[in-house]
Design a protein around this ligand. Structure first.
Ligand code: HSE
Length: 294
């Protein structure tokens, strides 16, 4: 049996739209073994079919390599919510690709794993950090996928504010303009460089200014009910930076000192929606695989 553990991810990180992604210490896990029929447990019944994204990703790799698609027994254990901007689909995709690699001893290289995961997801900004951990920039140019790690100072803590409502990426992309004024683009690219430096050095003095994106957040925040009040609560509690995780609906605060999670959750409990604050760090390991004999 193969056990696979994959971190959730927070894409974009403000000004890194469609480029940056951060792996965090919140995980989806599964156990998978070859079987004589497809059997999926540990997830809602609606996902216990051939359409399951972990199974579809497993099958994608084997089909591409023209290998027989042996059925699997798959036991899922994940609390990562769907459609909340925490990379739940990337977790499934990475799990399925790694399941194929391990169960069929494919010996895929890191680049091949990234390529398969990106082909299935359609973009690399969640799957790269989910696979490799840490903060990464990634971008697909024609057939080439480029990715690069960036350091994050260990003083930074991340608090995910996860609401009780979903936001589909297609909806969150649908509100974005087709084109942008030159000054918006220049501001974003300049802030991205300064953001990477602030994350590396731990100098959070201007972190919030460098996270202040003009490409997607101004349009998407309108889709996230109670955005302003959650930002206010986060900053009152000491957040040095705040951004929309992925395409939302989760919001992310960046802190440099011990966070009063109890106080934060008490403040959140007064809101209309049910928000859950998760205390997270950067995951540096990425996806992990172990083999277990039963
Ligand atoms: N970069 C993508 C977006 C992430 O913001 O639309 C979605 O997972």
């Amino acid at each position: 049996m193969v056990c696979i553990k994959v971190p959730a991810t927070s894409a974009n990180v403000g000004v890194g739209f469609d480029t940056l992604g951060l792996a965090v210490t919140f995980y989806g896990e599964c156990e998978v073994e070859l079987s004589d029929k497809l059997e999926i447990t540990g997830c809602p019944v609606a996902f216990q079919t051939e359409d399951n994204l972990i199974y579809q990703s497993y099958k994608y790799v084997l089909d591409d390599l023209k290998r027989p698609v042996t059925p699997i027994k798959l036991q899922i254990d994940s609390d990562i919510p769907f459609a909340r901007g925490l990379g739940s689909s990337a977790v499934c995709i990475v799990s399925g690709v790694l399941a194929a690699n391990e169960l069929h001893q494919l010996h895929l290289s890191q680049d091949e794993l990234v390529k398969y995961c990106t082909q299935i997801e359609g973009h690399p900004d969640n799957v790269v950090p989910a696979l490799l951990g840490g903060l990464s920039a990634s971008y697909q140019m024609n057939d080439d996928i480029f990715f690069q790690h960036y350091p994050v100072d260990e003083s930074y803590q991340f608090v995910a504010f996860v609401p009780d409502f979903t936001l589909e990426t297609s909806v969150a992309r649908g509100v974005l303009p087709e084109s942008y004024p030159l000054k918006t683009v220049v501001a974003n690219q300049a802030k991205l460089l300064f953001l990477l430096d602030a994350l590396k050095t731990g100098d959070a003095a201007n972190l919030d200014k460098f996270l202040d994106d003009g490409i997607h957040q101004p349009y998407r925040k309108k889709l996230i009910d109670e955005y302003d009040i959650v930002e206010h609560i986060a900053k009152e509690s000491g957040a040095k930076g705040f951004y929309i995780s992925g395409s939302g609906s989760t919001l992310m605060g960046i802190f440099t000192s011990q966070v009063d999670m109890k106080g934060l959750n008490t403040s959140l409990s007064t809101l209309k929606h049910k928000w859950k604050a998760l205390d997270l760090l950067v995951d540096y390991k990425g996806a992990e695989v172990c083999h277990r004999t039963i």
